[in-house]
Design a protein around this ligand. Structure first.
Ligand SMILES: Cc1cc2nc3c(=O)[nH]c(=O)nc-3n(C[C@H](O)[C@H](O)[C@H](O)COP(=O)(O)O)c2cc1C
Ligand code: SF4
Length: 464
């Protein structure tokens, strides 16, 4: 192996999912997706021992249960599956929190041509590492969830688009697919029923923008991963121009539990309008960073406690609650919030997003943090729209010069102005994702930026 290959291998191993640091611990609360995982029990036989594929069997009426007394149907109808998912209060775990049952009801089921189901395993949002662990350590739950979704929407072909830099997860998913096909859980006439569903894994290309659903579809078609104008939405014009439903990995992984236990039971695991459990990837200045699966509505203070508290017993300064695109929340306010879509949005003025919780202690310089974030968005802009392509560069250059002590007092207003002029003026939400963190950082930590400009040094300089 050449020197550069060895280096590349070392880098890959450094970021490989081992689960030791992330999801194999007993600090989850009522877990559904991560329950009982140890890294070795990802195979079909282990999944079945945990009750896996029982939901699919039940839905297809292959569990020996009597036909429904009113309808005479064995198993569940498509409408019943969609109704259960609607009742569950499951909201998309990819970032926007869109109600999953409602999204499924948009699929034109009677469309005569091919329809597609796509799983978004691109997971590129900085701070997020939950889907990777699901694919590595519980891949069959995603396969079963996708098969249920395909049945509900009358879809016969699906793809799982897996992030290009987690090759191990792609290989693991391929192995799980082979097992499911061999056991008759995928393919033609699943479990002897009339239902056909072919599912394939697709190795993505590693760009953050390929996680945006229409860029993902372009990439899946073999083209450059650039977002499309919407409308039309994927439900009417998706993969190869056909009706397509796209959901996040964790969204699909939640579905088997809902079918087994009922939508109402799932809703009651969380709080109204925010059903079930959610996996939070907690990183930054905590003692025990990792993936934590807890009920929606769990107080942030409890999540922080599970993660061992702020590192070194320091003060909590701020939290980015849902991946780097979500606006920062000051620590004091964060300690009063619960971890669900509504609390973080309505009371915290931010977003639950993908559930990547980045904790920052009192030693963190907000200017430096924003400098790093703005660089990311500038680097990841696909360049199609001028406000995003040019604006992300402007933002980074301004924050960079403030950080280096070369900022001007007029930069404060200019920063806000550039951010405002990106928002709502772009093809996809990456523009907003770049602008929102800037506005929130300046709003909550203005004095740090002004201190950098005036004194040409950092407020927290003694620590760093
Ligand atoms: C720039 C950008 C990146 C995104 N990256 C991801 C991602 O990595 N994974 C994901 O599931 N959704 C991502 N999304 C959201 C998807 O566009 C889409 O809303 C989601 O896959 C829908 O699934 P859900 O309803 O289950 O959340 C991204 C959106 C944007 C604008
Ligand atoms: S907002 Fe940015 S990433 Fe999205 S399409 Fe426009 S240039 Fe590309």
């Amino acid at each position: 192996m050449s020197h550069s290959n060895t280096q590349a291998q070392a880098l890959i191993e450094r970021f490989a999912a081992t689960g030791q640091e992330t999801c194999f611990h007993d600090r989850h609360i009522n877990p559904q997706i991560y329950a009982g995982l140890n890294g070795a029990n990802w195979r079909l036989k282990d999944y079945e021992a945990r009750g896996g594929y029982a939901a699919l069997r039940q839905m297809l009426g292959r569990d020996g249960a009597a036909p429904n007394a009113q309808t005479g149907v064995v198993g569940m109808t498509q409408d019943e599956v969609i109704a259960a998912v609607k009742a569950s209060g499951l909201r998309g775990r990819g970032g926007a929190g869109f109600p999953t049952g409602l999204k499924w009801s948009f699929m034109p089921r009677q469309f005569p041509g091919q329809k597609y189901l796509v799983c978004n395993s691109d997971e590129g949002e900085p701070g997020t590492c939950k889907d990777r662990d699901i694919l590595m350590f519980n891949p069959h739950v995603v396969i079963e969830g996708m098969a249920i979704a395909a049945y509900a929407m009358g879809i016969s072909v699906g793809y799982n688009y897996i992030h290009g830099e987690i090759f191990g997860a792609y290989e693991r998913f391929e192995e799980a697919l082979e097992e499911a096909r061999a056991a008759g859980f995928l393919g033609k006439g699943i479990m002897g029923s009339q239902f056909d569903f072919q599912l394939y894994a697709f190795h993505g290309f590693g760009a953050y923008i390929c996680g945006e659903e229409t860029a993902l579809l372009e990439s899946l078609e073999g083209k450059k991963g650039q977002p499309r104008f919407k409308p039309p939405f994927p439900a009417s014009f998706g993969l190869y121009g056909k009706p397509t439903t796209i959901n996040n990995t964790e969204t699909f992984a939640a579905v088997p539990w809902i079918i087994r236990n009922g939508g109402q039971a799932y809703l009651e695991c969380g709080k109204p309008n925010n059903g079930g459990t959610k996996i939070f990837s907690v990183s930054g200045d905590v003692e025990r960073p990792g993936n934590y699966e807890v009920p929606m509505g769990t107080p942030f203070a409890k999540l922080l406690e599970l993660a061992g508290g702020v590192r070194g017993g320091r003060q909590l300064k701020a939290v980015i609650p849902g991946g780097s695109s979500s606006p920062v929340i000051p620590g004091d306010l964060m300690m009063t919030l619960t971890m669900d879509y509504d609390s973080i949005a309505k009371e915290g003025g931010s977003m639950l997003g993908s559930g990547a919780v980045i904790v920052m202690d009192e030693t963190r310089c907000m200017v430096k943090s924003l400098q790093r974030l703005s660089y990311f968005y500038m680097h990841e802009s696909c360049g199609q729209c001028t406000p995003c392509r040019e604006g992300t560069g402007w933002l980074w250059r301004m924050v960079d010069r403030i950080e280096r002590g070369e900022g001007k007092p007029s930069d404060m207003a200019l920063l806000d102005n550039v951010a405002e002029n990106i928002m709502g003026r772009t093809i996809c939400a990456l523009g907003d994702a770049a602008a929102m963190p800037v506005r929130a950082m300046v709003k909550h930590f203005r004095h740090e930026f002004e201190h950098h400009i005036e004194h040409k040094k950092c407020v927290v300089a003694p620590y760093v």
